[in-house]
Design a binder for this molecule. Structure first.
Ligand SMILES: [Zn+2]
Length: 203
């Protein structure tokens, strides 16, 4: 842990390491230089298994209820706001680590479309009216369209954009962002003790 870094910066480093581990553990292994938007989508879908946001299916009686009065077997997924913030950090990290902007897989059209799809789906499933809330806010536009993050992510999203994708799967209670990331590290790279790997994929 590097206390001198801002939360955003340290989160960005952890995300970048996590993505590097994902590429390394992929079968067959993927090279960052050959990574496409499709691989980024695979990564985002992979992360859903660690998600904590209930997304109701169309035939669920709670479809459209933000606070349903009961339980249902609908899947837990990563909140759109978490994915949106994650992609923003990874997109920045890619270029900071020498990637050419025009080759940035995190900026791929397919990724933008997927995020929009997730936002729409989760908004409908959970009864969240994005557009209304969005208009009320007067935040300056960010590089990425993340102004509505608060809506889907609730209190988990911090204003500095450093909300972490939840990966601990521990259910109740919010784990610290570092703990969540370490758990993901363990899942991605069993046997390594979850320690940070050198960013060899970049060198
Ligand atoms: Zn449901």
């Amino acid at each position: 842990m590097l206390p001198s870094l801002s939360r955003y910066e340290s989160q960005k480093r952890r995300d970048w390491t996590t993505f590097g581990q994902y590429l390394k553990n992929h079968r067959p292994p993927l090279l960052l230089s050959r990574c496409s938007g499709a691989n980024v989508l695979e990564f985002l879908k992979y992360l859903d298994q660690f998600g904590k946001t209930k997304v109701h299916l169309h035939n669920c009686p709670f479809f459209g209820h933000l606070h349903p009065p009961g339980t249902c077997p609908c899947p837990l997924k990563q909140a759109w706001g978490s994915l949106d913030a994650l992609i923003g950090r990874l997109r920045a990290a890619f270029e900071e680590n020498g990637g050419r902007p025009e080759m940035n897989p995190f900026a791929a059209r397919a990724v933008r479309l997927y995020l929009k799809e997730v936002r729409d789906d989760q908004g409908k499933a959970r009864g969240i009216a994005y557009e209304k809330k969005k208009r009320k806010k007067s935040q300056p536009p960010r590089l990425h369209c993340s102004t509505a993050t608060q809506d889907i992510n609730g209190d988990r999203f911090k204003e500095d954009g450093s909300s972490s994708v939840s990966v601990s799967g521990s259910g109740l209670g919010e784990s610290s962002e570092s703990k969540g990331t370490m758990v993901l590290g363990n899942n991605l790279c069993r046997g390594s003790g979850g320690s940070m790997i050198p960013l060899s994929v970049l060198n």
